[in-house]
Design a protein around this ligand. Structure first.
Ligand code: FNR
Length: 357
């Protein structure tokens, strides 16, 4: 049952990527162009730090799969691409492994192919501390992701209907698992209030995983006999909306959900993310062009991100948070109603003294 669900997820997520590339709320975020702010490429470092961790690049392959023969092969290929490009990577949910140990290899292949890389194990919020430790041990994981997916479960025909235990479970895992814990959504976003609650629960970082990319309401609706939850297609907050909303919520933020290109990566970093993840888009590249295509794409994103930072005068990913940003469209309405000062974002850079005088 779980193995065929994992295969369905891959198939339906790939179908969504066929129509990808349309308008996104990322298009409501633009950098103010300052023609004399550029620096030299060799001044730029892509390294990023959060929650006591240091990553060479502010990019990662986010959680997807494992639990069936086909998804084990995908995990192998994703891990090779991560190894060759030096980006961190997450496994898909290990719930299949908790139910059936015979699928362990479809996850642990990631560590076998990427012995020295940064790997995040992924569990759901019903996991116990023991489950979480088993997940970390299987992967020799450097961090643990816990996913929140209440809307996915709601639309999933066989999904959970009890969510009240999630907070206490997360608190226990964060205190007892022994590696940094990152809580993520699966594409509906984390609000400021949720991130504040996660901080109280002792979580180390939050991945907003907002609306705009892979849509799990649509995926699970596609698995229903009568596809009768179509009206939930637009549920949730976009990734840029979440970053704006939760910037001051007291936890390091990671960004994922609908990230299309290096400009979206730079936008996320400028909105306060410490690193940026992609799932569905990278999966599409892997399936279409194999491991070489995915390596080429991730390498191009790294090069182009550094090029954009050079033009913007940002020596580090964190320095992008000093770049002036304009917020337009629907996102501006969101900011107005959530009390976010867009004028302050548009004027936050300090002009170099020589220019100002
Ligand atoms: C996912 N995602 C996901 N997330 C998670 O925490 N555990 C999981 O097991 C899965 N499974 C999964 C399967 C597939 C095929 C995809 C494409 C995605 C969600 C993923 O990590 C991410 O939060 C969203 O997909 C949004 O990012 P993209 O796809 O828009 O870049």
């Amino acid at each position: 049952m779980i193995a065929s669900r994992k295969d369905d997820h891959v198939r339906l997520a790939l179908e969504q990527q066929n129509g990808h590339g349309g308008r996104s709320q990322f298009d409501d975020v633009s950098f103010v162009h300052h023609a004399l702010h550029g620096i030299d490429r060799d001044e730029v470092s892509l390294a990023t730090r959060f929650a006591g961790l240091r990553w060479q690049v502010p990019l990662y392959i986010n959680a997807m799969t494992g639990g069936s023969a086909m998804t084990g092969a995908i995990n192998r290929d994703l891990a090779i691409a991560a190894r060759e490009t030096g980006v961190p990577i997450a496994t898909g949910s290990l719930s299949a492994y908790f139910k059936d140990e015979s699928v362990a290899g479809t996850f642990s292949v990631m560590r076998r192919e990427n012995p020295d890389g940064f790997i995040m194990a992924n569990v759901n919020a019903t996991a116990t501390v023991q489950d979480a430790r088993r997940a970390v041990d299987l992967l020799r994981a450097d961090a643990l992701q816990i996913h929140l997916n209440v809307i996915q479960e709601t639309v999933m025909p066989e999904g959970d209907r009890s969510f009240s235990s999630w907070g206490p479970r997360i608190e226990k895992i964060a205190a007892g698992v022994g590696v940094p814990v990152i809580v993520k959504e699966v594409g509906f976003g984390l609000s400021r209030e949720t991130v504040q609650r996660l901080r109280e629960l002792g979580v180390h970082a939050a991945d907003v995983a907002g609306r705009g990319g892979t849509n799990f309401a649509r995926i699970e609706n596609g698995r229903r006999e009568h596809a009768d939850y179509g009206y939930l297609d637009g549920w949730g907050q976009s990734t840029p909306a979440c970053l704006l909303d939760a910037r001051d919520a007291g936890l390091p933020l990671l960004a994922s959900g609908g990230v299309r290109d290096p400009l979206d990566v730079a936008r996320c970093l400028a909105l306060g993310a410490t690193a940026v993840g992609s799932s569905g888009g990278f999966l599409r590249t892997l399936i279409d062009g194999g491991v070489p295509a995915l390596i080429a794409r991730i390498s191009a994103w790294q090069d182009q991100l550094a090029a954009l930072m050079t033009a913007l005068g940002a020596r580090t990913p964190a320095a992008l948070t000093e770049c002036d940003l304009l917020i337009g469209g629907e996102l501006r309405w969101f900011c107005t109603d959530r009390g976010i000062d867009t004028a302050a974002l548009a004027t936050r850079s300090r002009l170099p003294a020589a220019v100002a005088s």
